[in-house]
Each structure stands twice: as structure tokens, then as C-alpha cells.
Ligand binder design. Structure first.
Ligand SMILES: Nc1ncnc2c1ncn2[C@@H]1O[C@H](COP(=O)(O)OP(=O)(O)OP(=O)(O)O)[C@@H](O)[C@H]1O
Length: 242
């Protein structure tokens, strides 16, 4: 088992995974540099979510290796992977998945509280991130009293407040209309860059992928070269017009 390259905070080799016998990943390898925003781009059903689940330690691939910060994730016990996800990773899905009994600020502070951050400090951080996501006025409301778009902003604030090493964002703006989605993505990418958070962003939308530093294209569970998602793109050449 060869160790990953030093400059990759996250690294996967030859991932194979099937769901009920049908292939979702067929030999995907990739590396993610520290502080990089990497887009995983491809059409629906090409394996983006399965890849992010494997990278984030939510799914153990049937074959292949995943390494984070020099440690093999694919051989960790379930409890160690759970700890890793809580301490070092954050996840934003297409739906907000908030705890209905908690207010917006309590939801945002939850990962910090679970890590043992004192309540006052966790609340301060949560309120700051809610402000930054333009939902500061919603801090004391429960999810059912919020619009879907406000709930998704709270979910983004929760992920960023945890200041994870790696933020996995799986179609994070799928439930938002395009102008609002673009604004949330700009906030997310700006915050990730200023806090040196590595981001792995799954999207079927080329405009969203263009916000990343680099794009990996998938098709039918394999990496491909795509004309609209060139292999390596510098930040300076990215379109920020969405
Ligand atoms: N739990 C599951 N059970 C059965 N098949 C699944 C399951 N999850 C994913 N699949 C199948 O595996 C393949 C890859 O799915 P995956 O969700 O990883 O792709 P995706 O690119 O994220 O798609 P989408 O954009 O629609 O979420 C698809 O053919 C999908 O139908």
C-alpha cells in the first residue's frame, strides 16, 4: 500500500463501488491539494455522490484506497471514521438536513458543540456565519419557520462554522434558484479560500464547476476529459459570473 503524494490532503486510488450490483465507480483515482476547490463534474448518475461518500469516509469503497492527511480512511474502524467526519470534515447536501427541534443558530453551532467548544464561543461563531450567509435575522427561528433557501443557507453556515479541513458539497445549490445559488456559492468559495478550507464540490452544472480551481470530470463512474471541463484550470481563469 503506497502512501499518497505529500501535497495531496485527500487522495484516492482506483475506487470501485457498486450499488446492488450496478457499478457507480469503476476505477476512479484523484488527489486534492490542501486549500484547493475541486469540482467533480458530470451528468446525473455518473457517480459524483458515491465518490464524495467514499472520500468523506461515509462509504467504504469495495475496492481501492482513500487517504486523508496521510492516514488510510478505507481501513479505519467505523468509530474512527465517524470521529474524522465530526472533527475534520463537513458536508453540505442538496437538501439542508437540519435538526427540526433546534433553532438556526443551534443547528449552526451543533458541530462545534459536539466537538466540545464552549456554548458561548460556539454561539458567537454560529451567529457570525449566519450573518455572512445573510440569514442572521433567522438565528432564533426553527427550520420549519424558514424558507427552503434560508434553510440551505443555514446548512452552509453550519458547514463553514465548523472550519473543517475538507468541506464536501454535493450539489449544494440544487434547491435554490440560480441567482440565489450563485450568491451562496460565491460566499462559500470566498469563505473557503480565506480560511484555507479544501472543498470537493459535486455538480452537474458547468457554470458551478467553473468556480473551482480545478475540475475532475466523471462519466459512467470513470474519469474522463471533457471539453467543457478542461483538466486543470487556474483560479484566475475561472468564470465568476454565475
Ligand atoms: N443507494 C443506491 N442504490 C442503488 N443504486 C444507487 C444508489 N445510489 C446510487 N445508485 C446508482 O449508482 C449510480 C451513481 O449514482 P450517484 O448518486 O453516485 O451519481 P451522481 O452523479 O451523484 O448522480 P446525481 O447527480 O443524480 O445525484 C447511478 O446509476 C445511481 O442510480
Amino acid at each position: 500500500m503506497a502512501a499518497p503524494p505529500d501535497n495531496d490532503v485527500l487522495w484516492a486510488r482506483s475506487l470501485h463501488h457498486t450499488h446492488d450490483g450496478s457499478p457507480a465507480l469503476s476505477g476512479v483515482s484523484l488527489g486534492v491539494h490542501e486549500g484547493e476547490i475541486l469540482a467533480v463534474h458530470g451528468p446525473r448518475g455518473c457517480g459524483k455522490t458515491t465518490l464524495l461518500h467514499c472520500l468523506a469516509g461515509q462509504t467504504v469503497p469495495q475496492e481501492g484506497e482513500v487517504w486523508f492527511d496521510g492516514a488510510p480512511v478505507h481501513t479505519m474502524s467505523p468509530s474512527r471514521r465517524e470521529r474524522l467526519r465530526l472533527d475534520r470534515f463537513a458536508w453540505i447536501g442538496p437538501e439542508p438536513a437540519l435538526v427540526p427541534e433546534l433553532t438556526a443558530w443551534e443547528n449552526t453551532a451543533l458541530p462545534l458543540l459536539l466537538r466540545g467548544t464552549p456554548r458561548r464561543a460556539a454561539k458567537t461563531a454560529a451567529l457570525e456565519w449566519l450573518e455572512r450567509l445573510d440569514v442572521g435575522a433567522c438565528a432564533k427561528r426553527r427550520p420549519r419557520a424558514l424558507l427552503q433557501s434560508q434553510r440551505q443557507r443555514v446548512a452552509v453556515a453550519r458547514a463553514l462554522a465548523a472550519e473543517p479541513a475538507v468541506l464536501f458539497a454535493d450539489e449544494p445549490t440544487a434547491a435554490l434558484h440560480s441567482a440565489e445559488g450563485a450568491q451562496v456559492l460565491r460566499t462559500l468559495t470566498a469563505a473557503a479560500r480565506s480560511h484555507r478550507i479544501t472543498v470537493v464540490l459535486a455538480t452537474h452544472d458547468a457554470d458551478v464547476a467553473a468556480l473551482a480551481d480545478r475540475t475532475v470530470a466523471l462519466f459512467d463512474g470513470r474519469r474522463v476529459n471533457s471539453p467543457d471541463t478542461p483538466g486543470v484550470e487556474g483560479r484566475d481563469t475561472c468564470s465568476l459570473s454565475v
